[in-house]
Design a protein around this ligand. Sequence first.
Ligand SMILES: N[C@H](CCC[C@H](N)C(=O)O)C(=O)O
Length: 306
Amino acid sequence: MTVLRHQVPIEKYHGTGNDFIVVDAAESVPDRPAFATTYCDRETGVGHVDSARTDVDSARTGADGVLFLSLEARYSPPRVVMTLVQPDGSIAAMCGNGARVAAAWAAERTGATELMIDTPAGTRRAMVEGDDVTIEMGVPAFAPRAVPLSRETELVEEDVEGLTVTAVNTGVPHAVALVDDVDSVTLGSVAPAVRCAGVFPEGANVTLASRADSGPPGTTDDEVPRFRQRTYERGVEGETRSCGTGAVAVAAVAKRLDRLGGHDAVTVTPPGGDLRITVPDGGAATLSGPAVREFESELETVVRSA
Ligand SMILES: N[C@H](CCC[C@H](N)C(=O)O)C(=O)O
């Protein structure tokens, strides 16, 4: 058995605190799950190398996942094939913040401001304006087969393991609970049972939301409804500072439950910062927010040959 060790160039990005190790898919990483589990670890994973950056989201060890990206610049607009490997080694069908990071990564390499992101959940158009990236997120789906659910009826405002949730797929499954105050819930305690509940055969991310503005929105544009968000993520098996598909899920469920006062635009604020969502009637949702490149580095990977 020959063991070859080699260094893999990586970049670290985050989207409102949802942080990712980015690897060009052309690099040889034979064991992607092991690579993700090793370097996403919050205690012993990839360290921050840019001590000059002191904002909380650029100085964190580890990551919420590894984005393996393949740029296909010959197309117009350029395309990026995105694969998210999460800290538990699972591959996620979609990642809203990850797709925004993928678009920023490709824009950096091509100068393009419009990109197509190919994900297992489908192709998503992205528009890049400086640090701000908007991604189309498809039409939120409540149908049992789409979430998916292990039953034939939709799950709307029902108790699941002690939490009243609504189930929606925004690229990945989310169980959304509208609560009075997201900080009043001990998410780490209540979420695991919901995440693994039998009604979710593929599991679910668990997202809390509470109104952040005073009372019902007014009729003027400057009173876009605002919600605070917290998400316990499947595949991370813990709370992240931001979740893009979760923010879209909050907007979709709030609209379904008629909590938007007729608005189609919503500001959703996870701990990592503001995300801007639109949920037009019957149309594709959009997710907008910053995508920040933190640093570049190299990480060792091991290639074993017989
Ligand atoms: N943990 C999610 C995938 C990542 C979603 C999140 N990071 C986002 O920005 O959408 C899942 O396994 O369904």
